[in-house]
Ligand binder design. Structure first.
Ligand code: SF4
Length: 333
């Protein structure tokens, strides 16, 4: 353990130095406001940096403080989140904002971790970046970087590995905890990238990285076999009548729970709705399931009362539709 700690301690200064020179300019960099850091971290969960940038800026324009977010309606929050996916994140942000508006933003790990939607990783990131606390934020990126650095063959999908590496990291956190946390993330995102293609010649650790020095970068990290995604066949109906389109709300459980959507079903029921004007297929990939969709633009034979009928303008302004339906939204005009 002592050797491991010392090895990792030696790796901190070159990493911080590299980060100071090479970090990307991102809209959430440079702030110490825990609210803004929290929003960025929640948005970045399972979502690419490029996709998050625009959302982050406009979300903060609409809701510049936790109090402003707490005052908004759930529909407004979901609308601001439209297209970003994993909507339970937006609902949890909203719920947590109400707590923060009453009690202030928590100042320690336990307090931050207790907010709805905040796990160990996010709490660690917020506490280190906002408050310089030595709270490791260990995700797949950080585990990959560190297991390569130390040629650590433990399976990173096992919780015990995550716990052991978090413990080790806590020992080496420098006083610039926020910079260190972000530098590890940055190295994983831009240099020590996944899929066996790290750019070692650009890496501040190239002279001390055990995997690189032994030419075994591709052997790390060790992971469990991935489970195959389930495929679901779905028929989507874009029903139009007199310039209005049909929407319905999903059930309050499971995938995309409680969000607005175009009517859809596992069976082809298009004939029951009216005259088909156009048809196309699309695919959407979620974490554990893949939707293979056939969409129909249909001139509806009546205003089916079980649906909400809205104009394209109302849909655009007030109803957040998941990006799974993006391909069919083009028909709404
Ligand atoms: S030297 Fe290569 S494998 Fe090692 S940490 Fe750097 S980029 Fe990753």
């Amino acid at each position: 353990m002592q050797n491991e700690i010392q090895g990792l301690k030696n790796a901190v200064p070159p990493l911080l130095q590299w980060y100071g020179v090479h970090k990307r300019q991102l809209p959430w960099r440079g702030t110490r406001d825990p609210y803004k850091i929290w929003v960025s971290e929640i948005m970045l969960q399972q979502t690419r940096v490029e996709a998050v940038k625009g959302y982050y800026v406009s979300f903060l324009e609409k809701f510049p403080t936790a109090e402003a977010l707490a005052r908004a309606s759930e529909e407004e929050v979901l609308k601001a989140w439209e297209g970003l996916g994993y909507y339970s994140r937006a609902r949890n942000l909203h719920k947590a904002a109400k707590i923060i508006a009453r009690q202030g933003f928590p100042r320690d790990f336990e307090g931050v971790r207790s907010l709805p939607g905040v796990g160990d990783y996010t709490a660690g990131a917020i506490c280190s970046i906002a408050y310089d606390l030595p709270c490791p934020a260990v995700d797949g990126n950080v585990l990959r970087v560190l297991t390569r650095l130390t040629a650590d063959g433990r399976n990173i999908d096992e919780n015990a590995t995550r716990v052991a590496i978090s413990r080790l990291l806590r020992e080496v956190y420098p006083k610039e905890a926020g910079e260190f946390c972000q530098s590890l993330m940055e190295l994983g995102a831009t240099v020590c990238v996944p899929n066996g293609e790290p750019m070692c010649t650009l890496c501040p650790w190239q002279t001390m990285c055990a995997a690189h020095l032994s030419g075994r970068e591709e052997e790390f990290p060790v992971r469990s076999e991935k489970r195959a995604r389930k495929t679901e066949r779905i028929f989507v109906y874009v029903l139009e009548r007199e310039g209005k389109f049909a929407l319905r709300k999903r059930e309050e459980r499971g995938l995309l729970s409680g969000l607005w959507e175009f009517p859809n079903a596992a069976e082809d029921e298009s004939a029951a709705y009216g005259t088909v004007l156009a048809e196309k297929t699309a695919k959407h990939i979620f974490t554990h399931v893949e939707w293979h969709m056939t969409g129909y633009l249909i001139e509806a034979k009546e205003f089916f009362p079980r649906f909400l009928w809205v104009t394209p303008e109302e849909m655009r302004k007030n109803y957040a539709l998941p990006s799974a339906f993006k391909a069919f939204k083009e028909w709404v005009k």
